[in-house]
Design a protein around this ligand. Structure first.
Ligand code: ADP
Ligand code: ZN
Length: 517
């Protein structure tokens, strides 16, 4: 086994990468890899994962194989390694036979230290996938191997054979986003159950978390931005159209905003990105296509105009703010309509159950009545003792009141409507509305018609969502989102069970919280 001193590690770090010291757990990870142990590295984006396998590669005799799905970035990565005096190259199916042969020769003669390859191209490397040539295997974006991950890629499935064919070669799996189930699954799929796990903290204390109801979100966003002159921010929207509509509404209000999405030309996107980085444009209204690989440390806030699909995505996106460590703000608009729309998207995709479960966790986060950071971190397997003090729930804890009568009214309306109507109609009936649906279906003759007219439409929505979350009613997504009773409903309707509800947060109150900061 190699004996490498700390001195030697630091020397290489300085000479080849130009840094004076290691960050966080980098050194422990590197030592583990040099001891030829399988390793799992969960570290937030920007944490410094690359060095964890690039530095050991310099000490190994053979090649370190780097498996990465990001073919577009491989050339850049290889170029920057070469610029640091590290012999490296990449291999893919678009190369000529001649070029591929050169790669084989370089491996056999051990004249390169790192070889980047996409999982699809691995089979073409069969001849050289041999322990005497390959000293270490780094699997980047390792969550792609797991069906529990948020970005499952079937091509990653092939990586399972690596441990079998090269049992002595240490495997290093790295990712920035893996919930607990995914972390375990990565180890299983790569057949490295005993890998040493290094899970860095995901806590970004400087990012204040806030969730607001989505009513009048454009107005809310305008006010939010007007309170923060000259601050750069990103607003994530679900659709291309929404990014453009929002950008133009903001422009009408003299806000320097631009849209960014994959439907724009390459030139337009590059220009917008550059303007943003150079502080020539303050606000970007973007689809999730925006932000990958963008290095801008002074993004002061991120708004989610729409609900993200899962917590992994949400965390990555809010993480683009406050990279300089100064206070930043993440504001999420929670709309029930968004959740329904996302569910409909999920219906059409593969891996439906996992996606649904992830969306459910996202929704629970948005509707939380406990410290949001606790929920966020526990999702990635990190537990914190204290409430964070820097989220809206901590700053403004919800007050509960006895909502039994409200619950009884709501649930009996659902009962009278025989579980056939969606939330909107249930509320209309409760409030005694006289619209076409209500009148045509004779709902004005129901016993519960109008019993809830002392409560506003929005507050009813808030209460019914809470009742749903507490399991007293449910939304039948396959039956036009109709609201139905559950086995718990009877307890409230007939057995005298008490229900605790929270007061709806009013918009005016929210604005005051913001102004206080
Ligand atoms: P990740 O892959 O985790 O997103 P990178 O490996 O790209 O992160 O590193 C993020 C940035 O941090 C890079 O600019 C990298 O050069 C820098 N970096 C990594 N390790 C160190 C270190 N020990 N000291 C200073 N800068 C570092
Ligand atoms: Zn908190």
């Amino acid at each position: 086994m190699m004996q490498i001193t700390e001195q030697e590690l630091l020397e290489k770090l300085k000479v080849n990468f130009g840094y004076d010291s290691f960050r966080l757990e980098q050194q422990a990870i590197i030592e583990n890899i040099l001891a030829k142990k399988d390793t799992l590295v969960i570290m937030p984006t920007g944490g410094g994962k690359s060095i964890c396998y690039q530095l050991p590669a310099l000490f190994f005799e053979g090649v370190t194989l780097v498996i990465s799905p990001l073919i577009a970035l491989m050339k850049d990565q290889v170029d920057s390694l070469k610029a640091n005096g590290i012999p490296a190259t990449f291999f893919n199916s678009s190369q000529s036979t001649q070029e591929q042969q050169e790669v084989f020769d370089a491996i056999a003669s051990k004249s390169i230290k790192l070889l980047y390859v996409a999982p699809e191209s691995l089979s073409l490397l069969q001849n050289v996938l041999n322990q005497s040539y390959i000293s270490c295997i780094a699997v980047d974006e390792a969550h792609c191997i797991s069906a529990w991950g948020h970005d499952f890629r079937p091509s990653y499935k092939q990586l399972a054979f690596l441990k079998k064919s090269l049992p002595e070669t240490p495997i290093v799996a790295l990712t920035a986003t893996a919930d607990k189930a995914t972390q375990q699954d990565i180890l299983e799929q790569l057949a490295v159950p005993y890998a040493t796990q290094f899970i860095s903290s995901f806590n970004r204390e400087n990012i204040a978390l806030e969730v607001r109801p989505a009513n009048d979100r454009v107005q809310q966003i305008i006010k939010f931005i007007q309170k923060r002159p000259n601050e750069a921010g990103i607003i994530y929207c679900l659709s291309r159209k929404a990014t453009e509509q929002l950008a133009s509404k903001l422009q009408q209000n003299n806000i320097d905003a631009k849209a960014y999405h994959a439907g724009l030309s390459f030139e337009e996107r590059a220009q917008t990105q550059e303007d943003f980085i150079k502080d020539d444009c303050e606000v970007i209204c973007a689809t999730i296509a925006f932000g990958m690989g963008i290095d801008k440390s002074n993004v002061r806030w991120v708004i989610h105009y729409n609900m993200p699909k899962n917590i992994e995505g949400y965390y990555q996106e809010i993480g683009r703010s406050g990279r300089d460590g100064l206070p930043a703000k993440a504001l999420l608009f929670h709309s029930y309509a968004d959740v329904i729309q996302l569910r409909q998207f999920i219906e059409k995709t593969g891996n439906k159950e996992v996606q649904e479960a992830k969306l459910e966790r996202m929704k629970q986060f948005a509707e939380a009545t406990v410290c949001r950071r606790k929920i966020l971190l526990s999702y990635f397997g990190e537990l914190i003792e204290e409430n964070c003090g820097n989220c809206d729930v901590c700053k403004n804890p919800p007050t509960f009141f006895d909502g039994t009568v409200i619950a009884q009214k709501g649930l009996s309306a659902i009962y009278r409507l025989q579980g056939k109507e969606a939330m909107g109609t249930v509320i209309d009936v409760l409030r005694g509305a006289k619209n076409v649906t209500v009148l045509e279906k004779n709902y004005d003759k129901l016993k519960t018609y109008g019993v809830g007219n002392d409560i506003s439409w929005r507050d009813w929505q808030h209460y019914l969502i809470q009742l749903t979350n507490q399991g007293y009613c449910q939304i039948a997504f396959h039956l036009n989102n109709s609201l139905q009773l559950t086995e718990f409903s009877n307890k409230v309707l007939f057995e005298g069970e008490k229900v605790q509800l929270t007061t709806p947060v009013e918009f005016t109150k929210e604005v005051k919280t913001v102004a206080k900061e």
